[in-house]
Design a binder for this molecule. Structure first.
Ligand SMILES: Nc1ncnc2c1ncn2[C@@H]1O[C@H](COP(=O)(O)OP(=O)(O)OP(=O)(O)O)[C@@H](O)[C@H]1O
Length: 719
């Protein structure tokens, strides 16, 4: 039944613009999606954090009171396209991935340890700050100016000396443990955020840049505590500076202001000087990064280097980078030595000032010898503490820059909602006591992403149906238009229609660059069509979560990627969430013609395959990938010319395995070989962003069109 507001909206939507939680107006179609599924299945959403629940319920209220109910409809207009209109606004509004709020809430998970750290910090700072006082008294006892027995004074000093290291140990251990735990959660949080980004995000950033976020940048955030819990850094330096200044004023108000001004000028000087050295540090860091780039590139492409005799070129390149690193290192050393001398100069100036002023006051009888002796001690304490604080501020600057980098890369809204939603649900369902899973929870909840497109997500259908649809229905690409997000002006597919009949093989042929692999990427849902849709048994695939979709699609590529674990584990990756029995693995390997070679390996199924499977031949890698796909037992199969890189013997073995794999599955084969094409139930020729010809081998030959000319010019290779 239509509510009053709903009717008003229906009649004149522009007069009553409804705004979503970001204040953005949302169209009617979106409203329909949101409201319908909210009312039909509100419990499908995982128990997000309270804030999310609040935002969610307010959205439910706004939307449901404003719209008419009805059956869930996913219109032809692409929800993703609608959502993309708002992307720039959302980018501006997106919350920072690492914020003070997040850090604070993570720290508060360790209240006890933090409490102990604060108490022990007070304890060890008190001990440290008492020492110069007792040194002064010691001199006074020695010259007879103080009537206290020496043994009593020494036993107090002894007590201080014993307590200080104990407090220090407890402080360092606790602070370190707290920060390590916070950093682990942060690391997992960032890794997860990277994993759920859309594929175009990975087109945009280099792997090196992304791994630097999790290693170098997080490293500098970690160092801000780990490297600053020693005596003369961070919190201790800060508490010592404050404590010393108070004591100095209490001890000798005549001397304290002079010393204070002196200290202040020195620290300003040191800080200014340090600021001027930032470019030198940066240059050194960059030189180090280029060395590491060169090493990675050379060793990962060692076969190419060798085949082109490129060793000398690589060595020269490495040598020039080493020299650049060396010269920036020498420059840095000079700056460091100057820095060191500055500290000493600061101490000496302060001491000279003290000797002159303090000495004259002692002579005039205004100050005791003990007080001046204590003052000298505090001068050292203050100088080193100030110096430590300046260093800590330098580290803080580095940490802020790292946070900024992480936020600028990861706070943008490029999250693949259809993937993140399913992943979130799966992790929520997992055993909460599992220590590894817990890492991905912030304060008991997964990062609740308010940018999850609720209207989009709410139209999701049950996963249990997907498997039935995929085993029994056709897969259709209907009027699919597509441009890669990084090249939005170039339309690769332009109204493409193709039906993959259930349980049959479709061969996809066409000239290079026609868009064959693009079709594969769309079927795998690495990208979504910019217009049109892909359906399975008539259902838009976007109504299913990507994690569910991944379960019904298997892809075997020309260059299958294996993980650097054992052969058995690589096959079991076909079902990464399940406990796969060894029998099932062997069964899949046998069906993929891989069992024989696997048992001849040194450790059989436990043999490690090396980085990206580099310790195996191309044909062996291919058969393991097929075994992995067999174990997965997905109803939709995509073969990206999986045998073209193999020799005749391997090809026969792999082809047998593939024939086994294709049985009863809806298969799309990108084919360059005539034999593969001829055996297919239908052949689709892709050209100009559409399917230009469709039929069997003989039908297409008879047409004497592009397919016939491809065969004629032998661009479809004969065996
Ligand atoms: N990630 C990407 N971002 C931008 N453009 C891309 C991307 N991947 C492919 N393209 C472009 O899309 C077009 C189609 O490429 P595609 O790989 O689908 O062709 P293909 O038919 O599979 O070619 P081949 O037979 O040579 O493999 C090409 O012009 C290519 O430059």
């Amino acid at each position: 039944m239509a509510s009053a507001t709903g009717v008003l909206l229906e009649t004149n939507p522009t007069r009553f613009p409804i705004r979503n939680c970001h204040g953005r107006s949302i169209n009617k179609q979106k409203l329909r999606h949101s409201q319908l599924s909210i009312s039909s299945s509100p419990c499908r959403f995982p128990p997000f954090s309270q804030t999310y629940v609040k935002q969610w319920s307010s959205r439910v209220f706004t939307i449901s009171s404003a719209y008419v109910s009805g059956p869930p409809i996913l219109s032809d207009s692409d929800p993703k396209v609608d959502a993309s209109e708002a992307t720039s606004e959302e980018v501006q509004q997106s919350p920072k991935l690492i914020s003070w709020g997040l850090l604070w809430s993570l720290l508060l998970n360790h209240k006890l340890r933090l409490g102990v750290s604060v108490l022990t910090l007070v304890g060890c700072t008190t001990c440290t700050l008492s020492m110069p006082l007792f040194s002064g008294r010691f001199f006074e006892v020695l010259i007879g100016a103080r009537p206290e027995p020496l043994w009593r004074l020494l036993s107090k000093v002894g007590l201080l000396y014993s307590l200080e290291p104990i407090f220090t140990v407890i402080f360092v251990v606790n602070m370190n443990a707290v920060w390590e735990k916070v950093m682990s959660t942060l690391r997992a949080h960032i890794f997860r955020r990277v994993v759920i980004q859309k594929v175009e995000f990975f087109d945009r950033y280099k792997v090196g840049e992304l791994s630097a976020l999790l290693t170098t940048d997080l490293g500098s955030i970690k160092d801000i505590v780990s490297e600053n819990i020693s005596r003369d850094r961070g919190f201790r330096a800060f508490s010592e500076v404050i404590g010393t200044i108070c004591i100095l004023f209490a001890l000798a108000p005549q001397l304290a202001p002079i010393l204070g001004i002196l200290m202040l000028s020195v620290s300003v000087l040191v800080a200014t000087y340090k600021r001027s050295t930032i470019p030198v540090f940066k240059a050194h860091g960059m030189a180090q990064a280029s060395i590491s780039d060169c090493v990675t590139e050379t060793f990962s492409a060692i076969r190419t280097v060798r085949s082109f005799g490129g060793e000398k070129r690589q060595m020269l390149m490495f040598g020039s980078q080493v020299l650049a690193y060396q010269s920036s290192g020498i420059k840095l050393g000079t700056f460091k030595s100057l820095n060191e001398s500055l500290t000493r100069i600061a101490v000496y100036i302060s001491l000279m000032a003290l000797y002159c002023l303090g000495g004259s006051k002692v002579k005039a009888g205004e100050l005791s010898v003990g007080t001046v002796a204590s003052f000298i001690g505090y001068t050292f304490t203050l100088t080193f503490a100030v110096q430590g604080l300046v260093n800590t501020f330098g580290d803080l600057r580095g940490a802020f820059a790292a946070v900024e980098r992480i936020n600028s890369v990861l706070s943008k809204v490029e999250i693949d909602e259809a993937l993140a939603h399913g992943l979130e649900r799966e992790i929520q369902e997992k055993e909460k006591h599992d220590e590894i899973t817990k890492l991905f929870f912030v304060n008991g909840y997964l990062e609740s992403n308010k940018y999850f497109n609720a209207h989009y997500m709410s139209a999701l259908k049950s996963a249990s149906n997907l498997s039935t649809y995929a085993w029994s229905g056709d897969v259709c690409l209907e009027d699919v238009h597509f441009s890669y997000p990084l090249r939005p002006d170039v339309e690769i597919l332009n109204g493409l229609n193709l039906k993959l009949k259930c349980g049959t093989v479709t061969a996809l042929v066409g000239p290079s660059g026609a868009g064959k692999s693009t079709i594969v990427q769309l079927l795998a849902r690495f990208y979504e069509p910019t217009r049109g849709k892909i359906t399975v048994a008539g259902e838009d695939v976007r109504t299913f979560e990507k994690t569910e979709w991944a379960r019904v699609v298997s892809i075997v590529n020309q260059e299958p990627v294996l993980f650097s674990v054992s052969v058995g584990e690589n096959i079991a990756y076909g079902l990464p969430d399940d406990n796969v029995s060894k029998d099932d693995i062997i069964k899949a390997a046998k069906a993929a013609n891989a069992h024989e070679f696997i048992i001849s390996l040194p450790q059989g199924y436990d043999t490690l395959v090396g980085e990206r499977g580099g310790l195996l031949s191309g044909g062996q890698r291919q058969r393991i990938a097929i075994a992995r796909a067999l174990l997965k037992n997905a109803p939709i199969l995509i073969l990206d010319e999986a045998t073209s890189a193999l020799d005749a013997v391997s090809e026969r073995l792999v082809q047998d395995a593939l024939n086994h794999l294709m049985k009863g599955r809806t298969t799309l084969v990108i084919a360059h070989r005539l034999s593969t094409v001829q055996n297919a139930h239908q052949i689709a020729l892709c050209s100009g962003g559409r399917i230009a010809e469709l039929g069997t081998h003989f039908e297409l030959l008879a047409k004497k069109g592009q397919y016939a000319s491809l065969v004629g010019t032998q661009r479809l290779a004969f065996e």
